[in-house]
Design a protein around this ligand. Structure first.
Ligand SMILES: [Zn+2]
Length: 440
């Protein structure tokens, strides 16, 4: 019994020595991280401080702001032993801080027993500024005349560098691009499916401290109606086109009609999302000049924003909207680039078949679908009129033709506007001159 007691005491002593040793052995100071570490912050985008101490843990954290010779304590907090990770968000309201520069002094200490028990200190100072003022927006373009399904351009300046800016339409932000003059250019759209009454475009800018401002634009809207079309999905089309070309996308589907519906609905949706994504990666300068070329000698079997009703054996099976223009001439006709740009995409894209997307800068892009042959690769620079491939029937096509889209940050707009030199002059190039951008 006595031996057991002795053993127990020995164990306690050993544990105390080891514990004390680890308290003394912890020689590394806590690690302080401040976000943002430079620049501006605000009540909207507050300061966050993290402290890490993998030894004995964080014991305390003090944060002091020095502004105009006055020291203001922002935080003074103690933590229990073993606190390995601390995250503090500094609330700035009611602390008596002014807009403008300040110096931030941070000090954290751990629970180590060294330095007569005062622990390992970590100290950091940072020069920052409080900014609670949103950017000033000066819109330089005085009128914006948009056709339903069409595009527009806004040019404006900002009083400070933004973290995000563009024209907001509904819940979509069309991004703006800063030009060498310092002005911002934004191509935006009145989407074909947005009722004109719901179209209220606003310029929006968020600064680096998170302060946001929006201002309205003067605009005029021309409502448009789009001609409808009926497409007969024949048993022969299902067997000779849909099954061989699309079974691989939905291998579990065994009815050709069900397969067609999956392609026309699900694959279409997926492909549109991909086009939208590609539209977010665009050059920050204008790469094009002149009007956009139209596929030569081509009839138009399909119009922009055309509501299409799909029939099978006399029954309505689906509704979709055609978001480009179909252009048919001879089979395997050469396809010219509508304008100068770079190749953003050149591969198979589901319903579009073999597909090329050209980037013309500032979010403006053109898409060429159902090709039988692609003659360019991603990253290539192309000139206006350069042959980029040949028409065909790849993807969801009933016959040899080119499917042509014009896109503004991934939103399909009416290509007819871009074939019209006076529309381009009045709505695009005259406005770009306000941003110091000249297009010949
Ligand atoms: Zn088409």
């Amino acid at each position: 019994m006595r031996k057991l007691k002795l053993l127990f005491l020995l164990l306690i002593v050993a544990a105390l020595i080891m514990g004390g040793y680890s308290l003394l052995r912890d020689l590394s100071a806590p690690v302080l991280t401040l976000a943002p570490a430079t620049g501006t912050f605000s009540a909207k985008r507050p300061l966050t401080i993290t402290v890490e101490d993998s030894g004995c843990g964080v014991k305390s954290l003090q944060v002091t702001a020095v502004q105009g010779g006055h020291a203001i304590e922002l935080l003074n907090r103690d933590y229990p032993g073993g606190t390995a990770h601390v995250t503090e968000t500094l609330a700035l309201a009611g602390k008596g801080l002014q807009e403008g520069p300040l110096e931030l002094q941070l000090r954290a200490v751990d629970h180590a027993r060294i330095r007569l028990g005062s622990g390992n200190p970590a100290e950091q100072t940072a020069s920052l500024a409080i900014d609670n003022q949103p950017p000033q927006i000066s819109v330089l373009t005085t009128h914006h005349n948009l056709n339903q399904g069409g595009a527009g351009v806004a040019v404006y300046t900002l009083s400070e560098e933004p973290s995000e800016t563009g024209v907001k339409v509904g819940d979509r932000l069309f991004p703006a691009y800063r030009q060498a003059s310092g002005a911002y250019v934004c191509f935006f759209a009145l989407p074909w499916n947005l009722p004109p009454a719901a179209f209220v475009p606003k310029v929006q800018a968020v600064d680096r401290a998170g302060n946001q401002r929006t201002v309205g634009l003067y605009y005029h809207v021309n409502a448009r109606s789009f001609p409808t079309d009926k497409i007969n999905v024949t048993p022969q089309f299902l067997e000779s086109k849909i099954v061989p070309d699309f079974q691989q996308f939905f291998p579990e589907t065994d009815s050709p009609l069900e397969l067609f519906l999956k392609v026309n609905r699900d694959l279409r949706k997926e492909n549109l999302a991909k086009v939208r994504e590609i539209g977010q990666q665009s050059a920050a300068t204008v790469l094009w000049a002149g009007t956009f070329l139209r596929q030569p000698n081509a009839a138009v079997p399909g119009f922009f924003a055309q509501p299409r009703t799909y029939m099978h054996n006399g029954l309505i099976i689906d509704h979709q909207t055609h978001l480009g223009i179909d252009l048919a001439s001879t089979a395997h006709a050469p396809v010219p680039a509508a304008n100068a740009g770079t190749v953003a995409f050149a591969a198979d894209l589901g319903i579009y078949g073999q597909c090329v997307i050209l980037d013309h800068g500032l979010g403006l892009q053109t898409l060429y679908g159902h090709l039988s042959q692609i003659d360019v690769k991603v990253g290539d620079t192309v000139t206006r009129g350069q042959i980029i491939g040949r028409t065909g029937t790849s993807g969801l096509a009933g016959g040899d033709h080119l499917h042509f889209d014009v896109l503004v940050s991934g939103q399909q707009v009416n290509p007819i506007e871009w074939w019209d030199p006076s529309w381009i002059k009045n709505n695009v190039t005259d406005k770009l001159m306000l941003a110091g951008v000249t297009i010949n």
